[in-house]
Ligand binder design. Structure first.
Ligand SMILES: NC(=O)C1=CN([C@@H]2O[C@H](COP(=O)(O)OP(=O)(O)OC[C@H]3O[C@@H](n4cnc5c(N)ncnc54)[C@H](O)[C@@H]3O)[C@@H](O)[C@H]2O)C=CC1
Ligand SMILES: O=C(O)[C@@H]1CCC=N1
Length: 279
């Protein structure tokens, strides 16, 4: 398991600026605060209401982008891709010479980030996901041209406060975005559908939700703890001539498996479009 930010001696005493504390920024911030370092964090958000809400909820400092970036050794960028160019101009004007810049924006490449920051700035591109909020996130990281191994490790240690972290070649980050970045939304979509079906079958919404959520949690835990192939686990549920095969046949007839493939291809394509400025 990678060293956590708490365990990393590199982490001690370093100030972290969070620029943009919407859904994803807050989820990553929550992990660091859980590790007990709120005094080192300063947040900045264009929405003053949002900035104040997050600063109060997590007991962290707040300020303008310039105030947050000045004196920060790590700068986390968590704004929408369309807002990144303006933010990078502002960040560049105040960035410390040894600061590491970490972006979570979908699609935006390290080359794009480097182009908009002072020459030689070390950058790390990350694709995290929202389960980071509860410490069960999945992040994939790639280093930019000027980022040293130790700086990539530093970014990994920082992100490990909110879940699992892997390093991947940057060419794979659009696919990663389609899998784990957007993935929680597919799961919530399936949950919605199963709960609706439960209600249709006469179960109360509360009970149907409880049944679906625990089923999902149990199935995910089995996948993680046994390491067994999903096909094997599915076959163990499917009695010959029973209820499960009757249901799965309907999913196949409705091409649900194929729909997941085309949906995820669309997500990866969209990620690549964001990189080429079609955001
Ligand atoms: N929501 C998700 O599941 C995931 C999001 N991401 C990426 O995270 C980034 C943020 O996404 P969300 O948190 O969902 O969006 P969001 O809209 O919830 O948050 C963005 C925040 O940035 C603030 N903002 C905009 N311009 C700013 C600026 N110049 N300075 C300071 N704050 C500024 C906004 O007021 C807002 O609070 C995006 O680039 C997205 O691609 C990556 C992985 C998963
Ligand atoms: O939908 C999006 O563009 C972002 C990136 C991955 C998840 N949410």
């Amino acid at each position: 398991m990678p060293e956590t930010a708490e365990q990393s001696s590199e982490f001690v005493g370093k100030r972290i600026a969070f620029l943009g504390v919407g859904m994803m920024g807050e989820a990553l911030l929550a992990g660091l605060v859980r590790e007990g370092r709120p005094a080192q964090i300063v947040v900045s958000d264009h929405s003053s209401d949002r900035q104040a809400e997050v600063a109060e909820k997590y007991g962290v400092q707040a300020g303008s982008v310039a105030e947050a970036v000045a004196g920060a050794s790590r700068v986390i960028l968590a704004v929408k891709p369309k807002d990144m160019s303006a933010l990078l101009d502002e960040v560049g004007a105040h960035l410390e010479s040894d600061a590491l810049v970490i972006s979570v924006a979908a699609g935006l490449t390290t080359a794009y980030l480097e182009e908009h920051l002072p020459a030689g700035t070390p950058v790390v591109r990350v694709m995290p996901n929202t389960p980071a909020l509860v410490g069960e996130g999945m992040s994939a990281v790639s280093a930019g041209t000027h980022c040293e191994e130790s700086q990539l490790a530093e970014a990994q240690a920082l992100l490990s406060s909110s879940g699992k972290v892997i390093a991947v070649p940057e060419s794979q980050l659009d696919a990663v975005t389609a899998i784990s970045g957007s993935g929680p939304a597919y799961v919530f979509y399936v949950v919605e559908a199963m709960v609706e079906a439960g209600v249709l079958l006469g179960i109360t919404r509360a009970t149907a939700t409880e049944l679906v959520v625990q089923t999902l949690y149990g199935a995910a835990t089995m996948l993680k703890e046994t390491g067994d192939h999903p096909t094997l686990l599915r076959e163990r549920v499917s009695s010959p001539g029973g209820t499960t095969v009757a249901a799965l046949r309907q999913l196949d007839d409705h091409k649900v498996r194929a729909a997941f493939v085309t949906a995820m291809e669309a997500a990866a394509r969209r990620s690549a479009e964001l990189a080429s400025g079609q955001g």
